[in-house]
Design a protein around this ligand. Sequence first.
Ligand code: 5GP
Ligand code: ZN
Length: 113
Amino acid sequence: MSADCLFCKIIAGDIPSNKVFEDEDLFAFRDINPAAPVHILLIPKRHLSAIDKAVTADELLLGKLLLRASIIARDEKLDEGFRLVINTGKHSGRTIFHLHLHILGGRAMGPLG
Ligand code: 5GP
Ligand code: ZN
């Protein structure tokens, strides 16, 4: 838990969220400003600031993150496809510094960039 982190506060329940999934390692909730009909944020419960700060010891956690994203997409009936996004660093324009995987779907996404 990082005291000044919005997503840590969401995990703790100090800030309300529309929860989609939770287990001992992961938490998922709907984005407050959805960019697609389905827009879910999947995050590790342990505060990890960014994917480029991950180390070998995080391998299992990152594997769980990807697998769970796929299961959530299936549960959300995104049978036509979906997009997974992890914004990292200045050029990505990221705004929250707790690792999060965007799960986007429910419409055709168009090209990246
Ligand atoms: P980033 O740009 O850092 O990759 O994405 C951060 C995401 O968090 C944005 O899509 C934004 O809409 C979402 N977000 C920011 N604050 C909140 C919040 O308080 N609740 C929820 N559910 N989503 C948030
Ligand atoms: Zn955090």
